[in-house]
Design a protein around this ligand. Structure first.
Ligand SMILES: NC(=O)c1ccc[n+]([C@@H]2O[C@H](COP(=O)([O-])OP(=O)(O)OC[C@H]3O[C@@H](n4cnc5c(N)ncnc54)[C@H](OP(=O)(O)O)[C@@H]3O)[C@@H](O)[C@H]2O)c1
Length: 333
């Protein structure tokens, strides 16, 4: 089979298309014939090596975090899936393997994909959708009337976070440039601030919660728009001790390192009588079942920025690394 392989840590040429043996499913696995796979910034962050302390791999490894496709073989043991089922998954963080014609995934990370959409749309849902769900529902307790600011509403995570937050009943303000404004409006954002023209920190106040999706200065400014008791969850800022103990199976030195790295931002949160959390999303079949129900009920719409044939995956990565995607970039087989 063909696979896109991380051969070493480095720039774009550290990944290459190779012919590989097909993976064989172990007990509790299903093997998925991949129809489409989603690209995510974490794919190039892994390639660059910055995540090595928390996500070490023995290279070479087939890259890729999320897929949609058809169950091709069921591994030994009891199974909730049958050959031919249309499924989607955020694959195991320690195994990866989504950028290939076949991938083996533990069944508890897999769910039936939404019946109302195609493979390309489904492939972009697992990682960004689970991230948005875990941040909004599990960390920020977003519910009816929550005044929520989403920093960066137009990308892969943002387009799903806006819709989920509206589904939970929140009032949503977000940032987008002129390139993304119409999109985030259509997805339900109540207030849109063009970050290239206006500083959200001067425009918003008394918010209950912030979901920070943007690398850079937005995180520090987020505390200025919160009421006392408000909460910030970031997925793009600085990891903190709970990230290590709750989200990662990390050794104590990682917790200590995150404690030191986040000292300034935690102090900033305390000063504003608010709280700060950095979330690393986790794969979850249950979460994907929840998202599929929403999609099929017409309450969550995947947004695909662009779709590339698998043999042009290097071009898809070049587009992703521009950082301008409106929704998700996917590759199809
Ligand atoms: N911790 C976790 O578990 C986790 C999970 C998923 C993602 N992440 C991280 O979260 C971040 C977002 O991921 P993603 O997949 O949504 O990325 P993405 O799709 O690549 O985001 C691109 C979008 O961000 C917008 N953007 C860029 N700079 C902005 C700014 N200063 N203010 C507002 N919008 C801005 C761009 O809009 P314009 O074209 O208008 O600039 C573009 O539409 C990445 O850093 C990713 O690594 C972390």
């Amino acid at each position: 089979m063909r696979g896109y392989v991380l051969t070493r840590y480095g720039g774009p040429d550290a990944m290459e298309l190779r012919d590989l043996a097909e993976p064989q499913p172990g007990p509790g696995d299903v093997r998925i014939r991949v129809a489409a796979a989603g690209l995510n910034p974490v794919d190039f962050k892994l390639r660059e090596g910055g995540l090595r302390p928390i996500s070490p791999f023995r290279l070479p490894v087939v890259a890729g975090c999320e897929v949609a496709g058809t169950v091709d073989v069921v591994g030994p043991g009891p199974s909730r899936f049958a050959v031919g089922d249309r499924v989607y998954a955020r694959v195991d963080k320690r195994r990866l393997g989504a950028f290939a014609e076949f991938v083996c995934v533990q069944q508890e990370l897999v769910a039936a994909m939404p019946a109302s959409i195609g493979f390309a749309e489904a492939a972009g849902l697992p990682l960004a959708g689970l991230t948005a769900l875990q941040a909004l529902r599990d960390e920020l307790d977003v519910g009816p009337g929550t005044r929520l600011f989403i920093a960066g509403g137009a990308g892969g995570v943002g387009t799903l976070a806006i819709q989920l937050a509206k589904h939970f009943g929140a009032e949503v303000a977000t940032t987008a440039s002129a390139r993304g404004e119409a999109l985030v409006r259509r997805l339900g954002a109540d207030r849109i601030i063009d970050y290239t023209r206006e500083d959200f920190a001067g425009a918003l106040q008394d918010f209950d919660a912030v979901l920070d999706l943007v690398v850079g200065a937005t995180l520090e400014k987020s505390f200025r728009i919160l009421r006392p008791g408000g909460r910030v969850v970031s997925i793009a800022g600085v990891p903190e001790p709970l990230t290590a103990t709750k989200d990662l199976d990390a050794p104590p030195w990682v917790t200590a390192a995150f404690w030191v790295m986040s000292l300034g931002i935690r102090r900033r949160a305390r000063k504003a009588k608010t709280s700060y959390r950095y979330l690393f999303m986790h794969p979850s079949g249950d979460g994907l079942r929840f998202l599929a129900t929403l999609v099929d009920a017409g309450q969550l719409q995947p947004v695909v920025d662009s779709s590339y044939p698998f043999d042009r995956i290097a071009e898809a990565f070049a587009a992703l690394e521009q950082g301008r995607a409106k929704g998700k970039i996917v590759v199809t087989f």
